[in-house]
Write a protein that binds this ligand. Sequence first.
Ligand code: ZN
Ligand code: ZN
Length: 79
Amino acid sequence: MTCKGICIRHKAQKPVGSGRYVSGQKRCQICEIFIKWDGLWCPCCGYRLRTKPRNLKYKAKLRARKVNDVEPILTVPIS
Ligand SMILES: [Zn+2]
Ligand SMILES: [Zn+2]
């Protein structure tokens, strides 16, 4: 799983007045880029894209970026 440079073609511009995830942009942790992409997986490296900020301190996390990224376990209500 490495960046092949394809993600650059899908690079998302920073939205004005709203958050990136709110605007439908997704983040690839491998390529370290926000892209406009409909799929769940990065078209470039094939890694799972992040569609939501992990928590409210997301911006703070961007500054201290060496923390190991672990996906939170989401519980889906059964209807
Ligand atoms: Zn890439
Ligand atoms: Zn990627």
